[in-house]
Design a protein around this ligand. Structure first.
Ligand code: NAI
Ligand code: MG
Length: 357
């Protein structure tokens, strides 16, 4: 049966790395006899906004909801459209309406890429950050009183529901159980945030009972960020609330080198709605149009998409190909951000060729 994939390249380098993402997926499809059906959408980009006055058509939900997955490039072009309009009019809509309550980011140090952490080599850093993506600290409950006066008061409430906490914890525990180290770390701050964070800890302890094979530990977010830098080798699966996960899911990939290689997924694990796969980076206006963007973040996101669609072997073949090309270190092939002189296309083609073989 065909997997239907909605493709939205978006803005800037999104339009340059997307063809390489598709090239890699097509190579994997060929090798593993998968049937991938791509449908390209123009909306969800700033050019679309300039033409139509909105980021997406009114019926975007209807148009996209029955796809198996969304493959996104990057959105945003602050000179043309303010970021709060472009991001809130596209990505944030997908995350909310498609109930993509898991944000997943692998943090893996790849060969040939220098970690900003001294002395770290491939194998030392290989973990996932699982972020709760729908509630927590990023709520719209709160308000302002006495605005503009001496008595001005602002309040924004953290919202944690049992359903919301348990479902993301279940995802994280399942992931930890599936990995060789079977280790889960929870981000907390129950010493300072004295109602919601002890609740989070309680739910972690409760969920842990169902996963006797998974070793569980927890750190307060402050020392946890320090340990990402000091001891990245301690971690396997790290789970956090929306705010803590947001911080960790930028810090983790940053510890593994260039932003150009990091992938991410916004997942609705039940498959009631399509999940979304995209590189961590944005549209990079500073290098857009030059053909020098690193396509690995996009390609690796494609691998995460295949894994989500049930093709772990094809996903692994893509990640292996990325690692092999990086390890070879051919300067004519690699892009500048990883020390080469090649182009988006040269690196994309080299990876696709490895996937085929
Ligand atoms: P950015 O990620 O686009 O760029 C940050 C820096 O990293 C730039 O110097 C860029 O040249 C470099 N870089 C990024 N991707 C690269 C790649 N594949 N290869 C080589 N170098 C790369 O972040 P920035 O500049 O803060 O944001 C630009 C626009 O992108 C804004 O409109 C922002 O809102 C949007 N954005 C969108 C995201 C998304 O679609 N999920 C995520 C982050 C930003
Ligand atoms: Mg962030």
């Amino acid at each position: 049966m065909a997997h239907t994939i909605a493709v939205i390249a978006g803005d800037g380098i999104g339009t340059e790395v997307m063809p390489e993402g598709i090239r890699a997926l097509e190579a994997a499809a060929k090798r593993f006899a998968l049937d991938l059906e791509f449908t390209i959408f123009e909306f969800g980009s700033c050019d679309y906004y300039l033409e139509h006055g909105q980021m997406m058509p009114d019926d975007w939900f209807e148009q996209l909801k029955d796809f198996d997955a969304l493959f996104y490039g990057a959105v945003g072009w602050p000179e043309k459209v303010p970021d709060h309009i472009s991001l809130w009019g596209s990505l944030i809509q997908f995350r909310r309406r498609f109930d993509q309550y898991v944000n997943l980011r692998p943090c893996k140090l790849m060969p040939g890429i220098e970690s900003p952490l001294a002395g770290r080599k491939p194998g030392d850093i290989d973990f996932y950050v699982v972020r709760e993506n729908t509630e927590g600290e990023y709520s719209s409950i709160g308000g302002k009183m006495f605005e503009g006066t001496e008595r001005e008061v602002v309040i924004q409430e953290t919202v944690m529901s049992r359903t919301g906490v348990d479902r993301v914890l279940k995802y994280a525990f399942d992931l930890a159980q599936s990995r060789p180290r079977q280790k889960l770390t929870s981000a907390t701050k129950s010493n300072g945030i004295s109602i919601t964070m002890p609740y989070w800890d309680e739910r972690v302890a409760e969920m842990a009972k169902a996963y006797p094979d998974v070793a569980v530990d927890k750190f307060h977010i402050d020392i946890l960020t320090a340990n990402f830098v000091l001891h990245p080798d301690w971690f396997d699966v790290v789970v956090g609330s929306n705010l803590f996960g947001d911080i960790l899911s930028d810090l983790g990939p940053a510890c593994t080198g260039t932003i150009g290689v990091a992938p991410s997924a916004n997942i609705n694990p039940e498959g009631n709605f399509p999940s979304l796969f995209e590189p961590v980076h944005g549209s990079a206006p500073d290098i857009a149009g030059k053909g020098i963007a690193n396509p690995i973040g996009q390609i690796w996101s494609g691998a995460m998409m295949l894994e989500h669609l049930g093709h772990a072997d094809a996903a692994q073949a893509i990640v292996d190909a990325i690692e092999a090309v990086l390890a070879e270190g051919d300067m004519k092939v690699l892009t500048r951000d990883v020390g080469g002189q090649g182009t988006t296309e040269s690196l994309g083609r080299a990876i696709a060729a490895k996937i085929k073989s």
